[in-house]
Design a protein around this ligand. Structure first.
Ligand SMILES: CC(C)(COP(=O)(O)OP(=O)(O)OC[C@H]1O[C@@H](n2cnc3c(N)ncnc32)[C@H](O)[C@@H]1OP(=O)(O)O)[C@@H](O)C(=O)NCCC(=O)NCCS
Length: 115
């Protein structure tokens, strides 16, 4: 059963500026190690950081759970490249379906929560 949906869009340059200004402190505050590893595989990592940032915002909207911390959710990719959402609490029962896209200037993500 669908319980909620969320969407978010972000300008990639805002994430790039935050990373350039705050460096590792910003990266480690917002992103999990697996998310940082994924972005760093790319020559220009900022769209991938921005996509995950947007995805986490979309998840917060979809779940209606603003008490989530940034690291509660880790976004990985399956063997096809499809984004997969992993909650660090093994007892977290909801399923979160994600889609991420980025172009030159923007990253966008949508999340659908199901039971
Ligand atoms: C996978 C694909 C859809 C990605 O699209 P794109 O325009 O290159 O890239 P986008 O910026 O829109 O999306 C990138 C994000 O897509 C997601 N993604 C990658 N592979 C995916 C897949 N197999 N399924 C779902 N999402 C995928 C990832 O989250 C990725 O971002 P990330 O690496 O930062 O996590 C594209 O490369 C592709 O294979 N297209 C084929 C389309 C096709 O065959 N159409 C005809 C039949 S309908």
């Amino acid at each position: 059963m669908i319980l909620g949906t969320g969407i978010d869009i972000i300008e990639i340059h805002r994430i790039q500026a935050a990373i350039e200004r705050w460096g590792e402190a910003f990266l480690n505050y917002v992103f999990t190690p697996v998310e940082i590893d994924h972005a760093r595989k790319h020559k220009f990592p900022y769209p991938h950081y921005a996509g995950r940032f947007a995805a986490k915002e979309a998840i917060f909207k979809a779940t209606g759970a603003p008490q989530f911390a940034w690291h509660d959710i880790s976004i990985t990719n399956d063997s096809d490249g499809k984004p997969v959402c992993v909650h660090r609490d093994p007892d977290f029962k909801l399923h979160i379906l994600l889609s991420i896209s980025h172009c030159r200037d923007y990253a966008v993500a949508s999340a659908i929560v199901t039971s």
